[in-house]
Design a protein. Sequence first.
Length: 291
Amino acid sequence: MWAHVWGFLYSNYFRFWLKWVLRLLTGKCELQRLLGGAEAGARRTLGVGNGGAAGAVLRNAVHVQEAEVEKCVRDVMKEKKIEQKDTGFKRNLHISLLQISGYKKLYSNVENLRKVPYDSENEEHEEQLIELWNLLMPHENLKARISKQWCDIGFQGDDPKTDFRGMGLLGLVNLVYFSKHYTNEARQILSRSNHPKLGYSYAIVGINLTEMAYSLLKNGALKAHLYNMVSGLPQMEHFHQFYCYLVYEFDKFWFEEEPESIMHFNQYREKFHEKIKGLLLDYNVVLTLQD
């Protein structure tokens, strides 16, 4: 009860006077103190995005598109009575607003790719699928487009297109990206996935991890990671990099846990999901294979 009372008093009375005293002592508004004091990356940009230093212009600024960022920076500085020659403030606010607008744009791009169904009549889709096979199985020719060979890389049946229903083309693009940029790791994990006791369906699990990466992006859990990773606009490349991290770490996690059988996959998948969500709560988090 006392916590609720304190929260009410702080939000409605004490916070205003605390901000007033700090401005009097430092000569800087809350936003200036945030952008000048917090480390570059998530801590700074999340502070801006959460509206802790809110004003009408700033509340609007965190919803703008990339092309409007520069104008919004000028408007915020005008509203907060901050001199335009304060280049440090201008630069830091510009970066934070780019990161915020970029995150929203990235989610839109990922969502659009997820909504594209795999189409076996689309030549580009088919080329990517064959590329996946060639990257993972360089010494074995695919005898036919519809073939039980697809099960060798972890698809459920003779035609992989049916496995992409949930994540659409995004699932395939992720699998190809990992296989192309981390070819040795992808082949090693595929080999491990054929373990006689602890084996799992490589491609199906890969698509499942696409869903995990997508859901974390959608609910905002990837903000700290991306704001620390990219000083500007997060791109599709950065989403793919995070996916690669998930694939690599899930394989390690699976073999460390030693599940009794693949029938317990959902249980361990959720345990891994909770582990990743916990890591993403750290303001300083960066989760990539490049590290």
